[in-house]
Design a protein around this ligand. Structure first.
Ligand code: FAD
Ligand code: NAD
Length: 158
């Protein structure tokens, strides 16, 4: 099957956008990811899927911890920056939560320790046990068909 057909189909599944963060050699590091899912309530587990070409994977495997930062509607610049598509190279003023660097003003900062890894094809699934969470009010950044979008109010049914 053609890769483009697969990506086009997967792109029909509308997601939010996260920046995954970790600490590597005493420096913060980040990577944009939309392959994120809640896994378990007891214990509280999440999963992210990282391609084997991403340098971020080895950094998390070294640090054994990562945070999931769910981006707000006005944080598209962070999505581009941490996907290597930045036009602006300004420094990020990272915060800190349970030992992980976090993106300030993200809608949710979810700080995790790495508890399991599963290699599947050309990606590795990283399972994180949630250590702490910080929430902000606001609307999410949305990714659909390879483009960024914002929430629209649903028109009332008359
Ligand atoms: P690097 O080049 O090491 O880092 C990526 C970028 O982040 C670089 O430009 C770097 O300068 C910047 N950066 C890193 N740390 C810092 C810092 N401390 N301060 C400032 N800038 C920093 N790939 C997946 O594997 N899984 C996914 O779920 C996924 N979802 C994606 C969703 C979207 C919407 C997009 C746009 C991309 C997605 N990608 C995903 C692709 C992934 O984001 C890129 O391939 C990414 O560049 C890989 O990161 P890296 O660690 O190899 O790159
Ligand atoms: P796109 O059209 O490539 O992505 C649409 C959807 O396809 C994504 O939401 C994802 O579900 C899937 N997808 C894309 N690349 C994939 C990959 N290598 N492995 C598994 N699933 C993949 O969107 P785009 O705007 O062209 O993406 C920008 C870049 O980010 C591309 O290089 C893309 O490969 C990468 N990306 C990777 C993943 C991932 O690895 N899970 C997810 C999204 C985007």
């Amino acid at each position: 099957m053609d890769d483009r057909l697969f990506r086009d189909a997967m792109g029909k599944f509308t997601t939010g956008v996260t920046v995954l963060t970790t600490e590597f050699e005493n420096e913060p590091a980040g990577m944009t990811a939309n392959a994120f899912m809640s896994v378990s309530l007891t214990p509280k587990l999440v999963v992210v899927s990282i391609g084997h070409k991403a340098r971020f994977l080895a950094k998390v495997q070294d640090s054994r911890k990562f945070a999931v930062n769910i981006l707000a509607a006005d944080q598209e610049n962070y999505s581009r920056m941490f996907a290597g598509q930045a036009t602006d190279d300004s420094k990020v003023a990272f915060g800190e939560l349970a030992g992980n660097p976090v993106i300030p003003k993200a809608l949710a900062q979810v700080s995790c320790k790495l508890v399991a890894e599963h290699v599947e094809g050309d990606h590795t699934l990283l399972i994180g046990e949630v250590l702490d969470i910080k929430l902000e009010e606001g609307n999410p950044l949305i990714f659909f068909s390879g483009q960024y979008h914002a929430l629209a109010e649903k028109a009332p049914v008359v």
